[in-house]
Ligand binder design. Structure first.
Ligand SMILES: [Zn+2]
Ligand SMILES: [Zn+2]
Length: 246
């Protein structure tokens, strides 16, 4: 009844979907899934993505090295074992994430989780627990919920794995990474901003770190360092989307 009075509109185009889906079929078809491209074996960046001039243009599928690592991973930039993302941060999925994150559209969580589980990367190694990238308490008070907690919790529940919501904490508030262009600035911004529980809970554990967007990987890397420091033997990263580094 409520659906008839207040029909759900597609978060991307504003049309009323035909079925019961949150997101209309046309917009769903526009989502660009990363597993359709060749990507770096370690950080998961689709090859050619950073070089493409405009959004909407297809990527050049050119692995930069025979071992399928991007230039950054050849240099050993990241402390995590592997990072994977489901889709490119653009269009439909970007609209949904923005609404989910900043406009209180918590109802989009299920639709986003459906997208994640239907396209779950098949080359992630086994993990013992799922850990969300935390928000600082001040931000949590403002937004009332952490989108990464909801995604991590949903993934854990669907996969039947433990989710540790409090193992990683954000101890210092930071400027949103999205507003910082320079990569070394981004690294500085998050350096020392997280801490992982030192009570042994991560000892000899393989952790899946979950977030909504991966851009330069500075946040994922900083969180991974803390988890490894507190005893995890492996950290893999899963983000719903991958944004172009500016
Ligand atoms: Zn739509
Ligand atoms: Zn890489």
């Amino acid at each position: 009844m409520l659906d008839i009075l207040f029909p759900k509109v597609c978060p991307s185009c504003g049309e009323v979907p035909l079925g019961r889906e949150e997101i209309c079929r046309i917009c769903l078809e526009e989502i660009r899934f990363i597993n359709n491209w060749e990507f770096c074996a370690k950080c998961g960046v689709p090859f050619g993505y950073y070089n493409s001039q405009e959004q909407g243009e297809d990527f050049d599928i050119v692995p930069q090295k025979a071992d399928n690592l991007c230039g950054k991973c050849v240099k050993g930039t990241y402390s995590f074992d592997k990072a994977r993302s489901i889709a490119i941060y653009e269009g439909t999925i970007r609209d949904m994430i923005i609404s989910f994150k900043y406009e209180g559209k918590i109802g989009y969580a299920e639709a986003l989780l459906d997208i994640i589980t239907a396209n779950f990367p098949d080359d992630l190694d086994e993990f013992d627990c799922v850990v969300p990238v935390p928000l600082h308490l001040d931000k949590l008070r403002l937004r009332e919920y952490n989108q990464s907690v909801i995604l991590a919790g949903g993934i854990a529940k669907r996969l039947g794995v433990m989710c540790d919501l409090f193992g990683l904490r954000k101890t210092r508030d930071t400027i949103p990474q999205i507003g910082i262009r320079d990569e070394s600035e981004r690294r500085r911004n998050v350096k020392g901003a997280f801490s992982a529980a030192e009570d042994g809970r991560f000892k000899d554990r393989s952790v899946l770190l979950v977030d909504d967007v991966f851009t330069t990987g500075s946040t994922s890397d900083e969180c991974s360092k803390m988890l490894l420091k507190s005893g995890a033997y492996k950290v893999q990263v899963l983000t719903l989307t991958r944004a172009r580094a500016m």
